[in-house]
Design a protein around this ligand. Structure first.
Ligand SMILES: NC(=O)c1ccc[n+]([C@@H]2O[C@H](COP(=O)([O-])OP(=O)(O)OC[C@H]3O[C@@H](n4cnc5c(N)ncnc54)[C@H](O)[C@@H]3O)[C@@H](O)[C@H]2O)c1
Ligand SMILES: C[C@@H](O)[C@H](N)C(=O)O
Length: 370
């Protein structure tokens, strides 16, 4: 932080280059070419360079950390269209990349010598329904850009799919990999399109396209971006903050869920598999399934006076069409997928992470009142 403040003083604005103990102090970046050359010299040439789109969302920050541990700090380029907080800028390269701007994506791929893309940019299910034209642009047009870019430059491409890629005509308990997919949200329609067109590019052009269908992801250090499964993150914060939570789903709505560590590990394992291990390009993966009522009971073991009330909103209609449980037997058989977190372990890890934060907040609120 001291170094960053000094740099602010030197050049009037903060360089987006990370400044850490192992780095030479680069005061400011006179032009982008210098920035790119600098990053290239710092990279581990033995490892791939990965671009993460939409990396400031719920999944991107954790994945960048894991990938950097494995490939090196400068081999992972985080990108998004929003301003990054200081701790992101300090952790490694972060750049602006709008997935709707194809030329900008080409420039980034060439200048940063990108080998793989993890494509996270999207509007999630609930937010997508509120702005369908934007969701079509980001989730469909943006995907076309990423796919075409990956094909042009022969990049390996990971695009996550979701339980939302299924609809009311699909078997819901369990939902197999190959079945009817007629989702009722623009988010789901765009994901089915991504799965199919990715598979088509693989068969037609040999593009190394890979996709996993994720359940709702639960994390403590990042917040969800406007999905139907967000309640399963909010409940932990509200239990600690207010001892109560008003859930927007009915008590017995069962959905598949997954702790973020399982999700991020699945991406790492799946992306590193040799191509001949893949019998399909898109796999279901399952960890746990629960209802709001079941999760509330588990939360009460940590916060005994916690109370949950229910006020279903438009997200209920979405959840009612989604799988209750995934059949992920093919992922388990083909590439040995195993989850590690069930609902009890999930609660333990969430409360371990969040309790100190809320205890400190409550202590500081109490001391400012006294
Ligand atoms: N979080 C989950 O529960 C979950 C479950 C299944 C699948 N997924 C998928 O995983 C991916 C990542 O999900 P997430 O939860 O991190 O999403 P998120 O909503 O938290 O983050 C998405 C990011 O995309 C960025 N973005 C929006 N428009 C953009 C544009 N034009 N150009 C570049 N970036 C843009 C946003 O700024 C945001 O940071 C998504 O494709 C999502 O569908 C997520
Ligand atoms: C399930 C997933 O795709 C996301 N969390 C959503 O609810 O939209």
């Amino acid at each position: 932080m001291a170094m960053r403040s000094a740099l602010r003083g030197l050049c009037g604005k903060t360089s987006s280059l990370p400044v850490g103990p192992k780095l030479q102090p680069i005061a400011c970046v006179p032009h982008r070419k210098f920035h790119e050359d600098f990053l290239h010299k710092q990279k581990n040439p033995e490892k791939p360079t990965v671009l993460i789109t939409g990396s400031l969302g719920q999944l991107g920050q954790g994945l960048a950390k894991l990938l950097r541990e494995r490939y090196g700090r400068y081999n992972v380029i985080m990108s998004d269209i929003i301003k990054a907080p200081d701790h992101i800028l300090e952790a490694g390269p972060y750049i602006y990349a709008d997935i709707l701007d194809f030329k900008n994506l080409q420039e980034i791929t060439v200048n940063y010598r990108i080998d793989s893309i993890v494509h996270f940019s999207a509007l999630l299910s609930a937010i997508g329904e509120q702005n369908v034209p934007l969701a079509m642009r980001v989730n469909i047009e943006g995907l076309h850009n990423i796919l075409e870019l990956s094909n042009q430059y022969r990049l390996k491409l990971f695009v996550p799919s979701t339980i939302g890629a299924f609809g009311p005509d699909s078997p819901r308990n369990p939902t197999p990999d190959l079945t009817i997919q007629r989702p009722r949200t623009i988010y789901g329609v765009a994901k089915v399109h991504a799965e199919l067109i990715g598979e088509y590019y693989n068969q037609r052009f040999g593009l190394d396209f890979r996709s996993l269908r994720f359940p709702g992801i639960i994390s403590s250090d990042t917040h969800p971006g406007g999905g139907t499964t967000d309640y399963a993150v909010a409940i932990f914060h509200e239990a600690l903050r207010a001892r109560q939570y008003e859930c927007y789903l009915e008590p017995d709505t069962m959905l598949p869920m997954m702790y973020i560590d399982d999700c991020l590990r699945s991406i790492m394992e799946f992306m590193e598999l040799p191509e001949d291990r893949l019998k399909m390009r898109t796999y279901n993966i399952q960890a746990m399934s629960f209802t709001p009522r079941i999760l509330a009971e588990a939360v009460k073991k940590y916060v005994p006076d916690f109370e949950m009330s229910y006020k279903p909103d438009s997200r209920q209609a979405i959840a009612d069409t989604w799988p209750m449980k995934f059949d992920d037997s093919r992922a388990r058989a083909d590439w040995n997928w195993r989850h590690e977190y069930d609902v009890d372990r999930l609660c333990q890890v969430m409360f371990d992470a969040l309790m100190p934060k809320y205890n400190t907040e409550q202590r500081s609120q109490a001391s400012s009142r006294s």
